[in-house]
Design a protein around this ligand. Structure first.
Ligand SMILES: Cc1c2[nH]c(c1CCC(=O)O)Cc1[nH]c(c(CCC(=O)O)c1C)Cc1[nH]c(c(CCC(=O)O)c1C)Cc1[nH]c(c(C)c1CCC(=O)O)C2
Length: 340
């Protein structure tokens, strides 16, 4: 068995398993080297390249899980949306009107992104550790589709939801269906856990999240069943832990803004993933390790998967990541500490 899967299923483990969001990417010289030859979409759409990039951090560090190299935007071009990366996603034509929503296609499961299923199959054969599949949650995907790209707090998107709730519901319904198909494809191909990234859930108040986010995240997670552990991530969303605690997910991934023992009290019965501030990885290995020890101590008292509170930043030194991963593995979790 694997410490990662054990912790994700809520079992106690001798040490916290560790993987890092954005563990593959620009902070690794071997990624930048490949990126000189291939575009981002090209790497995502070529299974052999996606597998290679996925395994780069796994070869370098003794990580406990591999997350498929892809993007939350991957299932959107087959819906008819034109997306480029600069380096964040930019849409040539944002979705704004009812007829923009009507024009979006909902491709059948096998036709959606066959290259992703193929990458997962190859990865399962090649990876020494469990493979995590992932998708964007409908509300977060809609944020990019309507806003057209990144933004500080997506005020235009929040306005659009309130001004045109009929189109919003239609858009979220289509995205929910596509997300279910996309994740099922990955599980069928061998993904051993899935993470639903609701990265922008936190910009909404409880009413907005309850109306436009929660029901769709619930439908996606419910449709998957408990074949593999389901991880739900929301950033800047501790005001939403009440509703999030009601989701059918085995694990919640929390950001760095609050200590894990406080989060645990508000997310009863769920394993926690997180939550070192990714900014600490830009300091010294000593400060990063001290921060990790604090996180690990706060994580005792229940199942814990060590991760960052959000993705690895491009300026991170890989040597600091190496020290961090070792420090997590060396930190013992004794039986009585784990609450289960
Ligand atoms: C919001 C979001 C996106 N993509 C993703 C999210 C959810 C996670 C989060 O909240 O950050 C998810 C994602 N994107 C990527 C992965 C790969 C797996 C991994 O975590 O290692 C994963 C899980 C690769 C990527 N996705 C992207 C890159 C950088 C592309 C490059 O310049 O090489 C990578 C490695 C591009 C991308 N894609 C997206 C953004 C905002 C950006 C640019 C900003 C950045 O680089 O951090 C959308």
């Amino acid at each position: 068995m694997s410490v990662f899967l054990d912790a994700a299923w809520g079992k106690s483990t001798p040490h916290a398993p560790v993987w890092l969001m954005r563990q593959a990417g620009r902070y690794l010289p071997e990624y930048r080297h490949l990126k000189e030859r291939y575009g981002f979409w090209e790497m995502v759409r070529t299974p052999e390249l996606a597998v290679e990039v996925t395994l780069q951090p796994v070869r370098r560090f003794p990580l406990d899980a591999a997350i498929l190299f892809s993007d939350i935007m991957t299932p959107l071009p087959p819906m008819g949306v034109d997306i480029e990366f600069a380096p964040g996603p930019v849409l040539a034509r944002p979705v704004r009107t009812g007829s923009d929503v009507d024009a979006l296609r909902v491709p059948a499961a096998g036709e959606l992104v066959p290259f992703v299923a193929e990458a997962v199959r190859l990865l399962r054969a090649a990876s020494p550790v469990p493979v995590i599949g992932f998708a964007g949650a409908p509300l977060t995907l809609a944020t990019y589709l309507v806003q057209g790209g990144g933004s500080k707090d997506h005020a235009e998107f929040r306005a659009w939801l309130r001004q045109d709730p009929v189109s919003a519901d239609a858009l979220l319904d289509k995205l929910t269906e596509v997300t279910i198909r996309y994740l099922r494809d990955q599980i069928d191909a061998g993904a051993q856990a899935v993470q639903l990234f609701d990265s922008w859930a936190g910009v909404h108040d409880a009413a907005g999240y309850g109306r436009f986010g929660l029901p769709h995240a619930r439908r996606v997670l419910e449709a998957l069943g408990d074949r593999v552990p389901r991880i739900y991530l929301a950033v800047g969303a501790s005001h939403l832990y009440g509703p999030i605690a009601s989701l059918p997910a085995e694990v919640v991934s929390v950001d760095w803004r609050r200590p894990l023992h406080e989060c645990r009290a508000e997310l009863p019965g769920m394993a926690l993933q997180g939550n070192l501030d990714p900014g600490l990885l830009l300091t010294t290995p000593e400060l990063a390790v001290a921060g990790a020890h604090e996180v690990l101590r706060a994580g005792l008292g229940g199942p814990h998967i060590f991760n960052l509170g959000h993705g690895v930043l491009p300026g991170t030194n890989p040597d600091t990541v190496a020290r961090l991963v070792d420090a997590v593995h060396e930190f013992p979790r004794t039986e009585g500490d784990q609450g289960s």
